[in-house]
Design a protein around this ligand. Structure first.
Ligand SMILES: *[C@@H]1O[C@H](CO)[C@@H](O)[C@H](O)[C@H]1NC(C)=O
Ligand SMILES: *[C@@H]1O[C@H](CO)[C@@H](O)[C@H](O)[C@H]1NC(C)=O
Length: 286
């Protein structure tokens, strides 16, 4: 089953249910239902367009690592600690976890024109600002010598747009959560997703088997199932990829003796940029 809710996106992803390899009838139906939801959810905003808002900051980056996405202390190592809590429309019920945004403050006396890139690791419950940033991300927007100044302001006018996440040679990885228990329960968190897409469905099967079972989003970046195949495991993902869904197949991810707390390389990376069915907007480079 594909986890897909009308709240999970403020964008119209034109999600054509064209035949995807590996999808059984049930999944095709789910893709079709997603398609309807995506069409129904109205285009209030486009991720890649520039949005105006204010940003505040947390004193401690660790405030963000205990966040809704479930990354835990791992988040502190992401993106040089330039982390962000985003409002519900960016968090997207967890599908927005790991999304990257370029953000700059609007006062050019204080801030550089490029701003900085942040990664979403938490949900911001305060709706006065779209983002609450780690202080490292907040000061990274500043001109030289201006860090203390913008910290003193505490809240500043910013603009931001979604950008692809870039991880160099790092593949998409799977971390087995501590709550996992062979053979009854498997919870996996996906890390280092490149590009500019969202994972909307995950299936798991034993390596070389076609007996796929679906996983559900537990919270944030964590997916789980209580029907755990034995042996080494493969995953396939459905990601938003613009005018159709894209299936990404990671043929061998967990070894047969997978361990909780361990991080496994998926052998694949996602670099696609989802096309959005929204009107043209300023998507020039900063
Ligand atoms: C930009 O920030 C400087 C320093 O805080 C301030 O003096 C100036 O008035 C600000 N400019 C605008 C347009 O807000
Ligand atoms: C923002 O949050 C406040 C307090 O939680 C709430 O009363 C208000 O309706 C919210 N505004 C919007 C636009 O969601």
């Amino acid at each position: 089953m594909l986890t897909c809710s009308p709240h999970s996106s403020t964008n119209v992803y034109i999600y054509v249910p064209q035949p995807l390899p590996f999808l059984d009838t049930r999944n095709k139906m789910a893709v079709f239902i997603c398609f309807l939801f995506f069409l129904i959810s109205s285009a209030t905003a486009c991720d890649r367009c520039v949005h105006q808002t204010k940003a505040a900051y947390f004193n401690k980056a660790s405030a963000l690592s205990s966040g809704a996405c479930g990354y835990g202390s791992l988040a502190l190592g992401f993106n040089s600690g330039q982390l962000a809590a985003g409002v519900a429309s960016l968090y997207k019920d967890g599908a927005g976890c790991g999304a990257c945004f370029q953000i700059r403050c609007k006062n050019t006396t204080l801030c550089t024109r490029e701003g900085t890139t942040v990664i979403l690791t938490d949900l911001n419950h305060n709706n006065q600002t779209d983002f609450v940033l780690s202080s490292r991300a907040f000061t990274a927007m500043a001109q030289k010598e201006m860090s203390q100044q913008i910290l003193k302001l505490g809240i500043i006018d910013v603009e931001y747009k979604r950008v692809p996440c870039q991880y160099g040679n790092q593949n998409l990885a799977a971390r087995v959560e501590e709550s996992s228990q062979k053979p009854h329960y498997l919870a996996v968190k996906f890390l280092y997703q490149g590009g500019q897409t969202e994972i909307v469905g995950v299936d798991v099967a034993q390596v070389d088997s076609s007996n796929w079972g679906f996983m559900s989003r537990n919270h944030g970046a964590v997916w789980d199932t209580s029907r755990v195949p034995s042996g080494a495991l493969q995953f396939r993902f459905v990601v938003t990829a613009g005018y159709d869904g894209k299936s990404v197949w990671a043929k061998h991810v967990l070894p047969a003796d997978w361990k909780t707390g361990a991080i496994y390389d998926s052998g694949v990376q996602i670099t696609d940029i989802a096309q959005e069915g929204c009107s043209p907007c300023d998507d020039g480079t900063w």
